[in-house]
Design a protein around this ligand. Structure first.
Ligand code: SF4
Length: 542
């Protein structure tokens, strides 16, 4: 049942009974006076039944404890333990002496309520906007970075994946249909539900043999239960079918022969399953390091005139998702929360011609080196560097506002130029006789044919190439983009001080919440420090 926290303070609050229990400058007083009142409990009303059931614990208190957990990297049980002992937590949350108890399951259940919608994200955004106003922080310049969040799942080899997928299915079969399990287990090559099992097999040849046997077992299980009216609906059975089709191929034999199961060289399919425990989890590789889990994104303000920078956005995708795909979502979230920057600084992972143009349409100037190109100055300045479209001379047609190639790097004027309206691809033709004699012909992107030489590009590839030339050739611009490097310090702070490198959850939606609460905690910490050092600006926060 939803019930708001009473606005009346009690004479039994610890700081009223023992006014000198903590010095007046302690962080808990700033939290109590400036941040605690900003938590609007009505925004959480929809998470609870209006009537019936036990009244909820104070939402402001539970939210505050979740923030404190992010501040000091506590687990659920750790937070339960601390709340019964921490005077600063009691003062920060107006908790009355003798009522400082909260069960870890209450905390976790509240957290679970938050995972299905944007309530926690909205709280993060609202707090950030208020913090930025109170600290005079400009949102005009922001920087973004991404980082890996390790999942709790083990990295499974193909051997481990097949074994674990079969085991998970058999486990639910034994639980739901013990009779069916007893019948089928006789036909399998091994006892999968034995207690001691190993997910790795170091002997390569033995592992290959075992993989073939397990693939046969999977095929047998699929044939046995694919028409069973109940088992075919088990989630673990559907996972088994998908893993089998991604990892193996069935070649049907002639009538009397058995079907042959072939192990694919590489798994096939759109979303390759890496673990039966969470079919959405993905593996990624970075510098020979395998990562299983997610990729986190964080954006913060970065105007040099700001006394305090705040984290303005967080996001989460599977570990193997490219940064460029998340960029539009980051910008949308910033726009929706009224924190859209004028300029956004990122690394090469986010910047290409298309994202520069899309950002421009959103009213954001995206700055940073362009992706997919060597960032080596030696290579860029070398005499035999391959030329790109940015090495051609361009102008803008005054009537059509289209790009027009005036001349090539060898000063040859094009014979004609046309644009495909459907694809936006621009074709520029040159005289092949001149091209074949040209000293740049080995480096030039022009395709030299018998009748014509052709250069192909579009607006995005041109924009990306121009950005690359600007970044490699303009020292001042590189210096300006250097502001992005501060985003790495933000990531380091989130990782080291707020524990976001490792997910505490199996489900992505909860990992995302973990990241949001870590960002709130980081902002709360920065906000409190700002107040201690500089004080706050009017208007008042509440
Ligand atoms: S190959 Fe042709 S298009 Fe390329 S630089 Fe030489 S003359 Fe110009």
């Amino acid at each position: 049942m939803f019930r708001k926290t009473s606005s009346q303070s009690s004479i039994f609050e610890i700081n009223k009974m023992f006014p000198k229990v903590l010095p007046k400058e302690d962080w808990c007083y700033i939290y109590r006076d400036k941040i605690y009142p900003l938590i609007d409990e009505d925004k959480f009303r929809h998470l609870f039944e209006e009537e019936g059931g036990a009244p909820n614990k104070s939402i402001k208190m539970v939210i505050s404890i979740l923030i404190f957990m992010g501040l000091e990297k506590f687990t659920w049980r750790g937070a339960e333990f601390q709340f019964g002992r921490r005077v600063d937590w009691w003062i920060a949350t107006h908790t009355v002496m003798g009522e400082a108890q909260i069960d870890h399951t209450t905390l976790f259940k509240f957290y679970q309520r938050l995972e299905h919608d944007d309530t926690a994200r909205n709280l993060f955004q609202e707090l950030t906007v208020k913090f930025a106003e109170a600290c005079g922080t400009s949102l005009k310049k922001q920087r973004t970075d991404s980082f890996f969040i390790h999942g709790w799942l083990k990295i499974l080899s193909r051997y481990g994946l097949l074994q674990e997928t079969i085991r998970v299915f058999l486990q639910s079969l034994r639980k739901q249909k013990p009779g069916l399990y007893d019948n089928i287990k006789q036909e399998l090559s091994r006892e999968y539900l034995e207690k001691e099992f190993d997910l790795t097999e170091k002997d390569r040849e033995k592992a290959q043999r075992q993989i073939k046997l397990m693939a046969k077992d999977m095929h047998l299980l699929i044939k046995a239960f694919t028409d069973h009216h109940q088992v075919k609906h088990y989630r673990s059975f559907k996972t088994l079918i998908t893993v089998f089709s991604q990892q193996c191929k069935v070649v049907e034999g002639k009538e009397s022969e058995e079907a042959e199961i072939i192990i694919r060289e590489k798994p096939e399919g759109k979303d390759i399953i890496s673990s039966p425990h969470n079919t959405k989890v993905r593996y990624a590789k970075k510098r020979n390091r395998k990562v299983v889990g997610d990729r986190g994104f964080a954006t913060e303000t970065c105007d040099k005139s700001n006394k305090t920078q705040f984290i303005t956005d967080t996001g989460l995708t599977p570990a193997n998702a490219p940064d460029v795909k998340e960029l539009p979502k980051i910008q949308n979230r910033l726009e929706e929360s009224n924190m859209k920057p004028d300029t956004q600084y990122t690394d090469a992972g986010f910047v290409n011609g298309a994202t520069i143009l899309d950002s421009q349409e959103n009213g954001i100037s995206l700055e940073g080196p362009s992706s997919g190109r060597s960032q080596s100055f030696e290579a860029f300045n070398s005499e035999d560097r391959p030329l790109d479209i940015a090495d051609f001379n361009f102008s803008i047609d005054e009537n059509t506002k289209e790009l027009v190639v005036d001349s090539c790097p060898d000063n040859q004027k094009p014979t004609d130029q046309s644009r495909n309206e459907k694809t936006g691809v621009i074709l520029v033709h040159f005289d092949p006789l001149i091209c074949s004699e040209c000293s740049f012909k080995e480096r030039c992107p022009a395709k030299i044919g018998k009748r014509v030489s052709t250069v192909t590009f579009n607006k995005a590839s041109y924009t990306g190439a121009i950005r690359h030339h600007k970044y490699m050739g303009d020292k001042e611009y590189r210096k300006e983009c250097g502001i992005r490097a501060g985003a790495e310090a933000m990531v380091s702070e989130l990782v080291r001080a707020h524990g976001v490198r490792k997910s505490r959850h199996r489900v992505d939606s909860r990992t995302e919440l973990q990241l949001i609460f870590a960002a709130i905690a980081c902002n709360v910490k920065r906000f409190i420090r700002h107040g201690v050092k500089y004080g706050y600006l009017e208007p008042k926060l509440v």
